[in-house]
Design a protein around this ligand. Structure first.
Ligand SMILES: NC(=O)c1ccc[n+]([C@@H]2O[C@H](COP(=O)([O-])OP(=O)(O)OC[C@H]3O[C@@H](n4cnc5c(N)ncnc54)[C@H](O)[C@@H]3O)[C@@H](O)[C@H]2O)c1
Length: 383
């Protein structure tokens, strides 16, 4: 086996996603496994360079994990010809400028979503990447979740017959920050800082719907701010200027109707923090992050509406759990592996900056739909 080092500049690793999912659960997990086997006698050895604004925070992470390379100077790292990939999990508002620099420096780029704060910027990034001839990828972790992989398996196996509708329920209560600290960063609730649940979640819904059921062709959304005041990381009150809940209806190519509620102001009465119910002529399924339950047409009960008598059946017990039948890896790591194989061994990969731009487009049109109070067509984008 030949060992080949791939150097990855990771910007935003002090943040929630950058640290836990991308550094620890993906890149460091790959190193713990001895590297990534490319299947051609080569093992890829990812070498992260931690980038950020606070040297002491980076040094602390590097020491905790025995890493050597940290820098607060992005330009210098990008000018280093031994660096192969730039990865970005910074706050959304800082992303576009950093990605633009990395592309100009000829680095391959891999990034969290949303790729930019508006469609024009997201498309420009995709154009620049194409012109420069670099490889590019955008995180689309949800389709690598066990629950959604099982759902995909059902779709591919023809379980549903004709799919009619998708109903998604996402959310949980995010504490305001006064009497209990908030479990999300305060920038998420400030529009000027790139916050808002539409900008955060609609990019996810775009690729989930597109990959599993069909391209989104129209959106009608109502975005609102249920909790207008919150308390930040320092305990200071601030005005929540971004939406914290969005109620959306999406038409998909092929005629499926999807309806997804997204909220940071809802208490969980479900098995998982996100669940999608899919109803088809032959059967239905409810998929979450990990689990997936089905009810086939042949086992569908026949409830009769009668509010005068108590329910005689426990409807939730009438569903059957879909077995794993395989091991499931962390979704972020699974996608990193595909991207690294794409960069280093020309493996197939289509979750690129154009795909990322589709997510930004859906968020932008969703917000416009809410402001204008009408359904809006989602045109197909290309470069
Ligand atoms: N794929 C997913 O499921 C998922 C989930 C949550 C967040 N995200 C995305 O990941 C990105 C980071 O989100 P997070 O929740 O980890 O945020 P976070 O606030 O925890 O981390 C943000 C990171 O950006 C850095 N940063 C750079 N410039 C900054 C600035 N001007 N102000 C504040 N911080 C700055 C911070 O130091 C930190 O490392 C966002 O773009 C978000 O949309 C993706």
């Amino acid at each position: 086996m030949t060992r080949k080092t791939v150097r990855i500049a990771m910007n935003g690793v002090t943040g929630r996603m950058g640290y836990r999912q991308h550094l620890v659960r993906s890149i460091l997990a790959l190193r713990e496994a001895g590297g990534l086997d490319l299947g051609d006698g080569t093992v890829l050895w990812p070498e992260p360079i931690l980038i950020g604004r606070r040297a002491h925070a980076l040094a602390e992470i590097a020491e905790r994990h025995g890493l050597e390379h940290v820098s607060t100077d992005l330009d210098a790292v990008l000018a280093d010809p031994t660096v192969d990939i730039y990865f970005d999990s910074q706050v959304t508002s800082a992303r576009e400028a950093a990605l633009t620099k990395a592309i100009a420096a000829g680095k391959h780029v891999y990034t969290e979503k949303p790729t930019a704060t508006g469609l024009a910027g997201a498309l420009e990034l995709a154009r620049l990447a194409r012109e420069k001839g670099i490889k590019h990828g955008v995180v689309q972790d949800k389709i690598f979740l066990p629950g959604l992989l099982k759902l995909k398996r059902l779709i591919d196996g023809g379980f549903f017959g004709r799919i009619l509708s998708v109903r998604g329920e996402f959310g949980y209560w995010v504490f305001e920050g006064d009497w209990q600290p908030a479990q999300r960063p305060s920038w998420n609730y400030r529009a000027a800082d790139g916050g808002g649940i539409v900008v955060d979640m609609f990019p996810h819904w775009e690729y989930v719907l597109h990959e599993l059921f069909g391209r989104v062709t129209s959106v009608q959304a109502l975005a609102t701010t249920h909790i207008p005041q919150r308390w930040d990381e320092q305990g200071k009150p601030y005005d929540a200027t971004a939406d914290d809940a969005a109620y959306g209806v999406f038409e998909l190519a092929g005629g499926i109707v999807a309806q997804i509620n997204s909220s940071w102001a809802v208490r969980v009465n479900r098995d998982e923090l996100v669940e999608f119910q899919v109803d088809g002529t032959e059967g239905s399924a409810v998929a979450g992050l990990r689990g997936c339950r089905v009810q086939h047409r042949s086992a569908t009960p026949k409830p009769v509406w009668n509010p005068d008598v108590p329910a005689t059946e426990v409807f939730r017990d009438q569903w059957q759990e879909v077995p794993d039948n395989t091991g499931f890896d962390n979704g972020f790591k699974a996608q990193w592996e595909l991207f690294l194989k794409h960069v280093c061994a020309d493996g197939p990969y289509h979750w690129d900056l154009l795909a990322g731009a589709r997510g930004v487009q859906l968020a932008e049109l969703g917000l416009r739909s809410s402001v204008e109070g009408r359904r809006i067509d989602v045109p197909e984008i290309s470069l």
